[in-house]
Ligand binder design. Sequence first.
Ligand code: ADP
Ligand code: ZN
Length: 607
Amino acid sequence: MKKFSKSLVWAITILLGISLLYSAVAGLTAQDKEISLSDLVAKINAGEVAAIDIVDASLAVKLKNGEELSAQKEAEAGLTETLRNYGVEPAKLKDVQIAVKSSSGMSFVLGVLLPILAPVLLIAFFIWFTGRQVHKGSMQAFTFGQSRARLISPESETQKTTFKDVAGVKEAKEELKEVVDFLKNPKKYLDIGAKIPKGVLLMGAPGSGKTLLAKAVSGESGVPFFHMSASEFIEMFVGVGASRTRDLFRIAKKAAPAIIFIDELDAIGRIRGAGLGGGHDEREQTLNQILVEMDGMETDARVIVMAATNRPDVLDPALLRPGRFDRRVVLDLPDINDREEILKIHMRNKPIVDEITLRVIAERTPGFSGADLANLVNEAAILAARGDRKKVEQQDLISSIEKVLLGPERKSHLLSQEEKKISAYHEAGHALVAASLPHADPVHKVSIVSRGRAAGYTMKLPSEDRHLYTRSYFLDELASALGGYAAEKLVFNELTTGPHDDLKKATDLARSLVTRFGMSDKVGPMTFGEQEEMIFLGRELGTSRNYSEETARMIDGEIKRLMDEAFERAKKVLTRRRETLDAIAAVLIEKETIEREAFNTIVKEKV
Ligand code: ADP
Ligand code: ZN
């Protein structure tokens, strides 16, 4: 559209230019006031005319007062003869200087040819112009198929990443050192007849450093790194993905040794045929092309394909066959030591005050991914800059934890007195139930300042990293999730829309307990719902049902029982500790936020 209007402006400019030129040229010949021959004769007889220039059939008349006029005569007859026919007085005519001039070549050509040539030229120009556009377009159609891979060349110092930039993930690094060694000394491996992996699949939660690690492999081995996100393979036109794939592999082979990194492999590598409506042709074609390329690659091609996914469970088994992505590297979320290391890496080039203890931050951030931590450090730097400080302080980091976790504080979101009271009791309910049950995570902070989408929040963090969760933990969590709802009901005997998010989360948790973890005695040790997902237009429609109506009823019954029991437990705690609940709510109304220590004091004081 933009292009079209641009060429339109061009065309109009040119058109204007030509017509200006034309009128200027035409003006050369007829810029004077035209008079009839009889008028001219009358003027001669009156003795007003000084000179007449004859150019073909036109007469340029110069009057004695300096005025210039023009007139036309018949082309065949001579001027004197014509004038005489009009009754000019011969005596007067003698006073007039008459000069015959040949028509000037230039003005003739322009005056006569231009009106004919201009449209022809214009049309020719248009044909040429549109032709050029079409040519450009066809070049574009040609580049459709070209890979859009981003390249990090080994010479680039700014983008160079090494294993030093990656903290934690020790096992993954060990595995990948082998790949680095192969890229550096392929001969050693080939001589002994060893088959080198063609594909390495990096699996891990979003932000766990998959891209970073792949870049580090390329940086360590000093080979170019071709980066492409799987979703970029696919465009509107069928076949583009496949040709992009072909192109990417062709370029990489030329640059060998090299690494091809395909991000979000699950976007194209999902189990084929799992989509509704006949599957997604384009996705399958692209996937097939990747498989073809990987199979066709010689062992000595020295191109290693690394791919990242956070959903290894949905990948097409064909991708995981030997000779394809047969190396699988798992990246775990960082534990407390790793988190400290990651923080250190990201604090490296930031000015900090001396008395920062990153350990404290690492302790308070269980469940954070590497990307979350990088984000946290950045937020802290922004906070420091906003406060016009030159160095990042501990408090900046601590404040950023909540920001990363829950989104920015929304101080402008003002609550009315009544809303404030309800919010305070709601959050106090969550916190008190959690604090009163033995297996729930300890409360770190309670607040009625809204953050992100939450109106208020109770921040609970596990005291250490968890890998296994027990049933008692889940039951206590379920009860504290309903603590807000229970408090509202107990105190105000009324309900608001506040807890709807809590209810959804709690119900989801209860459903998982029954259908995924086998934690309901009545339903027993079984999972329900197919793992295979339905995809329609790129959206997951949820899991399909692989159990009977009867079982469905039983599952629903169990979920309801779990929810009811959790609600009863929450209500019992709050009724028993009503005084404590009131105390917490009172502090919240006054101060809006209670930190861990203050909270613990209140809870301990009033048992
Ligand atoms: P993924 O590809 O797994 O989603 P990325 O590799 O893109 O995650 O990680 C995003 C950012 O998080 C990285 O650029 C880096 O700054 C930071 N990061 C993640 N993991 C680590 C780690 N182990 N060590 C240092 N930084 C990390
Ligand atoms: Zn709540």
